[in-house]
Design a binder for this molecule. Structure first.
Ligand SMILES: Nc1ncnc2c1ncn2[C@@H]1O[C@H](COP(=O)(O)OP(=O)(O)OP(=O)(O)O)[C@@H](O)[C@H]1O
Length: 254
């Protein structure tokens, strides 16, 4: 079995969201949302509490089913070609989904098996991803013994095992100390650049944005702005992303 990161060309669209709306009963959570992320691009989804970030992630991962709009992963429609589409996706959820009483290796073995990987190939992939995150030496430790930053690294390694084209991260640095946060932010940005992976990173922490990132600013279920940092600053006529964010979300950030 041979997998290559981003088996799509360097400019291909990894994620396409078109005219997506979603309501919880009568409450509209997403309202005609549309954007694209290209291979190798790190897109930061920025929005205050209640903007709709988690709802969008639940629709992309197919936890919820959108009644209107369209989501494509590497050109595969998630409704019509679900397994092909989801096979291109790696996810790090906000809440840890690791089994605390299993070792690092056991957690990753289990995930590899879920993706149809086994034997020597799975072991190789696990070793590669853990080594890149300086976690291979810790492979025999139970998750419970690791600190929050190291648990997050294991989750990132796990999300990358099957070599996805798009990595989704839902506020992955919440609750981490500053050095662990910095490590993860830098690692994921390098991953996009070096491995040509598309990244969608939900956060409300403006200091996690790099100048070359694409920004998608979501507010009350609508996209207020999407583009490069420079484009958003130009569009809002302010000097910093923090000011642009306040201007676009009318100071609703806590
Ligand atoms: N299960 C639910 N039932 C009803 N309304 C919901 C439900 N989940 C979310 N909402 C509402 O939908 C809107 C979008 O919520 P969502 O959780 O997607 O936002 P978010 O940007 O992820 O916020 P946070 O940063 O606080 O997690 C909010 O107004 C929220 O109150």
């Amino acid at each position: 079995m041979k997998l290559a990161f981003s088996q799509i060309d360097s400019r291909a669209t990894a994620l396409s969201v078109k005219d997506l709306s979603f309501s919880y009963g009568g409450k509209k959570a997403l309202d005609h949302v549309g954007f694209e992320i290209q291979a190798g691009e790190c897109a930061v989804l920025l929005g205050p509490n209640g903007a709709g970030k988690s709802t969008l992630f639940a629709l992309i991962t197919r936890l919820y089913d959108a009644r209107s709009g369209r989501i494509e992963l590497c050109g595969f429609d998630i409704k019509k070609q679900t397994s092909k589409a989801l096979g291109r996706l790696g996810v790090v959820f906000q809440q840890s989904t690791l089994d605390m009483d299993l070792t690092v290796m056991q957690n990753l073995d289990y995930h590899a098996a879920l993706h149809g990987m086994g034997g020597k190939f799975a072991k190789q992939r696990i070793q590669q991803e853990l080594e890149r995150l300086n976690m291979y030496e810790r492979r025999k430790e139970k998750i419970r013994q690791l600190n929050g930053g190291h648990r997050r690294r294991v989750e990132i390694a796990r999300a990358l095992l099957h070599k996805p084209s798009l990595l989704l991260l839902d506020e992955p640095t919440v609750g981490l100390d500053v050095p662990s946060r910095q490590d993860i932010v830098e690692y994921v940005h390098h991953l996009a650049k070096d491995e040509n992976i598309a990244v969608l990173w939900a956060t409300h922490l403006i200091d996690e944005i790099f100048p070359e990132d694409k920004l998608i600013i979501l507010h009350k279920g609508q996209i207020e702005a999407a583009g490069s940092v420079a484009e958003i600053l130009q569009q809002t006529g302010v000097a910093t992303i923090k000011e642009a964010f306040y201007a676009l979300t009318q100071g609703t950030q806590e």
